[in-house]
Design a protein around this ligand. Sequence first.
Ligand code: SF4
Length: 229
Amino acid sequence: MSATISKNTSARQESREGMLKITEIFYSLQGEARDAGKPTVFIRLTGCPLRCVYCDSEYAFYGGEWMHIEEILEQVAAHGSDYVCVTGGEPLAQKRCHDLLVRLCDQGYQVSLETSGAIDISLADRRVSRVLDIKTPDSGEVDRNLWENLDVLSAHDQVKFVICSRDDYDWALAEIRQRGLEQKRELLFSPAWGQLDPAELAEWVLQDQLRVRVQLQLHKLLWGDVPGK
Ligand code: SF4
């Protein structure tokens, strides 16, 4: 019996060679970070080991469809965009995400990766622009931050804090100053949607003369909090 199960499992794994579990592939405007406003193809990988309180992509935690990398590339190409964003969920929770990133870069796309900051990013293709989250206390996942990730970032990567409250802001400020991040990295501050007034966050940043980019989620301003946008 166990031999049968093991044989079946092995066959299933074999048949998933080169495949990833995908929640959706869609074409929209990049809503965040350096490329905000640019038409972009989004590949949303299924699954995330975190549970941030403000998560807007819970529908990507489960389900999804196994797709071969070749099929993913075909769907991406159909949109005719130069920009591709690999997101989730937590895309790096699937190890084959690295293969996908390499293939996308090889095909000449400008690729960004949105990652939770809880998984080692050092294996990600260096051509990819990594947008690394730092989880704040009010996210409920502050203990998941893998601080070593900051050591492997390069100039075309960015570090994002989603700020939920004044306490979150003060915590982020202390971490940034203590780690000297203002000088070393491009930093993004994003107000948690529906939790923190963006104008209030902007005032705090100006008062503290903080070298960060305050960013709003453009796609939500345009279309609301709608999946696939
Ligand atoms: S890491 Fe991202 S996808 Fe995962 S729970 Fe947090 S916000 Fe949601």
